[in-house]
Write a protein that binds this ligand. Structure first.
Ligand SMILES: Cc1cc2nc3c(=O)[nH]c(=O)nc-3n(C[C@H](O)[C@H](O)[C@H](O)COP(=O)(O)OP(=O)(O)OC[C@H]3O[C@@H](n4cnc5c(N)ncnc54)[C@H](O)[C@@H]3O)c2cc1C
Length: 391
């Protein structure tokens, strides 16, 4: 008889996990807390080549899924005075020409959900998982609207503040604040000195780190990471006060920080930056976590989406190879945990360079070109992240 799976969360990890389980012979059903179309329209992210390859390993076409995005295969790192520190390749091109790609989060959600729907995987919206209880050889779940569902397996793909994580292990550590805020936006049109196509420029400002790249329509997509000791509280800023605060933080930085903020109709954020470094428990016999629910990585790694995709594809492979669900979940955790914990640590290190004080910043800007030349002499030091293939 076909095994069934409840997938809690219709984001990146949940949708790809459902596709991977479907391929493994399961009948998955996705339950997403938000109503259809309520995705965070604003934010964008980068899917790196390792994430693209994991999609390809699942039989999907990454070029089609990322069609609304644009290639960003190179990171150009600039110092506090705008000087070039290093050019850092972000992997690829792959044999079919695909490279690390920048895309709005909502466009990625829509493309992945279209793949799930094309595969006949049902998606129910407005279903926020609250409870999960063992039920014979399966699991029963309850949603906030009072309804329920059940299956042989529950995949918790419910993101950073995962409810499934709490149900699985009420003592599980929560997300760790990383001392950075996130802002972002899209310039309403072209701006002077926009980066060359394919280049994601990143600059260490005096009080905020800035990243920006040019989209094919001429607009510039940007993000900023101001350092801040404590997380921002909900309602602490209005749209106007957040914009004004950011403008003040970048006032002494070289262009284009100020120009980009002024050229954007809306300044997104603030979001706090979190990770989840190590969970003691990723699964029991019938419940398993994937993506941010299992191990959020700092956005500074540029790997959150790609790790979520790799998890999902690996989980599918394990369930395909092993008909015993508990054994398959154990194999999944064994394959994924060492890699993601290394990426979490890498993301935290990358983020910590953004918060250097004035003296640290001078040392960083002086040393980075030499360190990068040394590191890259024998190839891309990020190859262990970017060249990974799901086994
Ligand atoms: C500002 C910012 C910038 C980032 N930049 C990058 C980047 O450049 N590159 C990159 O790879 N990653 C980036 N990330 C990280 C990336 O967005 C996440 O790692 C990725 O989205 C994780 O996917 P996920 O499916 O695990 O979680 P999510 O995408 O958060 O999806 C979780 C889903 O579960 C749903 N949900 C939540 N609770 C419940 C519940 N109880 N029941 C049912 N459904 C529920 C949510 O509504 C959501 O749809 C960034 C993150 C942030 C915040």
């Amino acid at each position: 008889m076909t095994k069934t799976a409840v997938v809690a969360g219709g984001g990146i990890a949940g949708t790809v996990a459902a596709l991977a389980l479907h391929r493994a012979g399961y009948a998955p059903r996705i339950y997403e807390a938000h109503e259809r179309g309520a995705d965070e329209r604003g934010a964008f992210l980068t899917v790196a080549v390792n994430g693209l390859n994991a999609l390809r390993d699942l039989g999907l076409d990454p070029a089609a899924i990322l069609a609304e995005g644009y290639p960003t295969p190179l990171m150009r790192l600039l110092g506090a005075s705008g000087q070039l520190l290093a050019d850092l390749p972000l992997g690829g091109p792959e044999p079919d020409g695909t490279v690390t790609t920048t895309i709005r989060r909502a466009d990625l959600y829509v493309a992945l959900r279209a793949c799930a729907e094309a595969a006949g995987i049902p998606i129910e919206y407005g279903k926020r998982l609250l409870t999960a209880t063992p039920d014979g050889s399966g699991v029963s779940v309850g949603f906030a609207d009072g309804s329920g569902a059940g299956g042989d397996l529950l995949v918790g793909a419910d993101g950073l503040h995962s409810r499934t994580r709490q149900v699985l292990d009420p003592g599980a550590p929560g997300p760790r604040y990383l001392g950075l805020l996130n802002a972002g936006g899209f310039s309403a049109g072209p701006v002077p000195d926009a980066p060359e196509p394919g280049v994601m420029r990143m600059a260490f400002g005096r009080r905020a780190f800035l990243g920006w790249s040019a989209a094919p329509d001429g607009s510039v997509w940007w993000f900023a990471n101001p350092a801040r000791r404590t997380p921002v509280a909900a309602g602490e800023f209005t749209a106007a006060s957040w914009r004004a605060h950011l403008l003040e933080l970048v006032a002494d930085d070289p262009p284009p920080a100020r120009r980009l903020i002024e050229a954007s109709d809306e300044v997104l954020g603030p979001w706090n930056t979190w990770d989840v470094p190590r969970l003691p428990v990723w699964h029991d016999d019938r419940i398993v976590l994937v993506g941010d629910a299992a191990h959020a990585v700092s956005p500074s790694s540029g790997q959150g989406a790609s790790m979520a995709i790799e998890d999902a594809v690996t989980l599918g492979r394990c369930l395909e190879r092993c008909s015993d669900v508990p054994a398959a979940l154990t194999a999944y955790q064994r394959l994924r945990r060492p890699r993601v914990e290394k990426v979490v640590a890498y993301g935290k290190r990358s983020g910590s360079t953004k918060t250097a004080g004035p003296v640290g910043a001078r040392i960083r800007d002086a040393m980075t070109p030499m360190i990068m030349r040394m590191l890259y002499r024998k190839g891309n030091p990020q190859a262990w992240i970017l060249d990974h293939r799901v086994m």
